[in-house]
Design a protein. Structure first.
Length: 130
């Protein structure tokens, strides 16, 4: 499972959103915070692409993997520079986790991602605190 998690982190850094979706079942879901879940590989690729576009230098690191009664918690840290034309070009460094429910095929069936929206917005506005 650790190899799976490290590979998953690497594909988020790959600029290849379709590689992210390959870690999911065909009908898998990815939910970011309280947003509407992306259902299916195409929609999951779109979510990945949105992050890859906003942060073209994005790097995602696997911090830890914790087995829990209700799934596997994949803890991560994302770093990148905001490239949105309407943004301020600040660097961000945000940590969070995804709670995975795995399928019988050892792919992600459901992923519920969580990170601090407030801290993310603050970093987009002002950058990383030193």
């Amino acid at each position: 499972m650790n190899i799976f998690a490290r590979g998953y982190a690497q594909v988020w850094s790959s600029k290849r959103p379709e590689f992210v979706s390959m870690f999911f079942e065909d009908d898998g879901t990815l939910q970011v915070n309280d947003g509407e879940p992306a259902v299916g590989r195409h929609e999951i690729s779109n979510v990945a692409q949105s992050f890859m576009t906003k942060f073209p230098d994005m790097q995602v690191r696997c911090d830890s993997l914790v087995h829990k009664p209700n799934g596997i918690a994949f803890h991560w840290t994302l770093t990148g520079t905001d490239a949105d034309p309407n943004g301020k070009g600040h660097k961000v460094k945000i940590s969070g986790f995804e709670l995975w429910t795995m399928s019988d095929n050892n792919l992600i069936k459901d992923s519920k991602g969580t990170f601090s929206s407030e801290e993310y917005k603050r970093q987009l506005e002002y950058g990383i605190l030193n």
